[in-house]
Design a protein around this ligand. Structure first.
Ligand SMILES: [Zn+2]
Length: 444
């Protein structure tokens, strides 16, 4: 009891304003390492660093919380080193709010990524992936055909360009040797082959929570089974029930933990009855907040549907985090449905691929059309890169594969996305969210 009271003092979530026209809200999430103004996004620092930019600079740009992936401290036993330091804050030498995921997403996407030909995070909507791969957004008959393939399970697994080759190589080696799948799910936990060194690994709800307690992030997530957008209804249901049993085991393992809070995760895929059942169940447990995970449908427009079923069943006084989603249109649509927190690798990953955010949509700075362009990446952006450098210079650096090109573009992208969240909060405060949404989504 004393520990619960202590945690209550250190962590709190308060809604300070609700939008009149939508389910959007402004909130303040208090943690022992600082305050997070919501809606907000956790910049992802996968292995303990934000690729291409320091925590301090991201913090200066308005980053209020960072997401680190437990999987990358688990598969190599590196969490044991972090333990010797007394947690991630000390290991990374930062004093900012942190969250860790459970490690489950990486494990399960390793399984369904191979079985269903669905990639991780950015390629999680197979319909979008196919449309983009075909590079033909306007061909309605093609989209109709892909829809038909998806609905009839005729999705061409082997032709998907999104299955990572290294996974394929390991899968093939393993399959030849053992004639088994790469990921095996049991009631106890999940057994899988490391994509890094082929080692046999086992992760359970208890072990995930134990490791997350060692890592000591402020907010941790329950261990759940993340299903693929191509999982059947029956399979999604079975996985959701298992996730519910695992949620209870996570809470048991977490009991009495100080200075950390845990979010439970709602599953149920794209199926209305399952999402509702999962939302009710997870809502009945003593989690501090909620993550909404798993497949959100076959295309981006399904997100709204899934959130619309889920969110009204969750305690409105607790924070809600949409896991792994962070494209600009998704952010606006999800905030409108009542999402408070996001985490996404897009700002840094896109930068590494030469893509920059701008208020007029994304631009590919590797394209030769920018090599003589004297304008900044985004003429409306106030970041240091946009004050100092031209598109031409960044295009030149990227073409020459100079690391500094990626660093500059990462700095801009991280600044830009954090600034967007500041604008969103300001717009919600001033009842101008719809105007901001309309202005941005004209280009996104
Ligand atoms: Zn900029």
């Amino acid at each position: 009891m004393r520990i619960i009271e202590l945690n209550k003092k250190m962590f709190s979530f308060k809604i300070i304003k609700k939008d009149k026209n939508t389910k959007a809200r402004l909130g303040i999430l208090k943690t022992p390492h600082g305050i997070i103004h919501t809606p907000n996004i956790a910049i992802v620092a996968t292995k303990g660093s934000i690729r291409g930019i320091s925590f301090d600079l991201a913090k200066k740009f308005g980053g209020e919380i960072f997401m680190i992936n437990t999987f990358h401290f688990f598969h190599n036993d590196r969490y044991k080193i972090v333990e010797k330091f007394g947690g991630l804050h000390k290991f990374l030498n930062i004093n900012y709010p942190l969250m860790t995921d459970s490690g489950g997403f990486q494990v399960f996407s390793l399984g369904f990524g191979l079985e269903h030909g669905v990639g991780k995070v950015a390629d999680i909507f197979p319909l979008e992936a196919r449309i983009n791969a075909d590079n033909n957004n306007t061909n309605k008959s093609r989209i109709k055909r892909i829809n038909h393939e998806l609905n009839n399970n005729e999705f061409e697994i082997n032709s998907s360009p999104f299955v990572n080759n290294s996974y394929n190589n390991i899968r093939n080696k393993f399959a030849k040797k053992n004639q088994k799948s790469l990921v095996k799910i049991f009631e106890e936990g999940v057994e899988f082959i490391s994509p890094y060194d082929g080692k046999n690994l086992f992760l359970s709800p208890e072990l995930s929570i134990k490791i997350q307690k060692i890592l000591k992030a402020d907010i941790i997530f329950a261990f759940d089974e993340c299903t693929s957008p191509l999982s059947s209804y029956e399979y999604t249901k079975q996985a959701m029930k298992r996730t519910h049993r695992w949620a209870l085991r996570c809470l048991e393992e977490f009991k009495g933990t100080k200075n950390q809070v845990m979010f439970g995760i709602v599953q149920g895929g794209e199926y209305e009855d399952l999402r509702k059942e999962s939302a009710k169940f997870i809502n009945s447990l003593p989690f501090f907040g909620f993550g909404i995970g798993g497949s959100l449908g076959k295309s981006k427009k399904d997100i709204i549907k899934v959130l619309n079923w889920t969110i009204p069943l969750l305690d409105e006084n607790k924070p809600r985090h949409l896991l792994g989603i962070g494209e600009i249109d998704d952010i606006f649509h999800s905030i409108e449905q009542g999402i408070d927190l996001f985490d996404c690798i897009i700002p840094t990953r896109w930068a590494r691929h030469g893509t920059g955010f701008t208020s007029k949509g994304r631009i590919n700075l590797k394209s030769s059309k920018y090599i003589t362009d004297k304008k900044p990446i985004d003429p409306e952006c106030k970041c240091n890169v946009c004050q100092k450098y031209s598109r031409a210079y960044i295009c030149h650096l990227l073409k020459e594969k100079e690391i500094y090109g990626i660093i500059l573009l990462t700095e801009h992208n991280v600044f830009w996305i954090l600034n967007l969240f500041k604008e969103i909060r300001k717009a919600l405060k001033n009842d101008q969210f719809q105007q901001l949404k309309k202005r941005l989504l004209k280009y996104w």
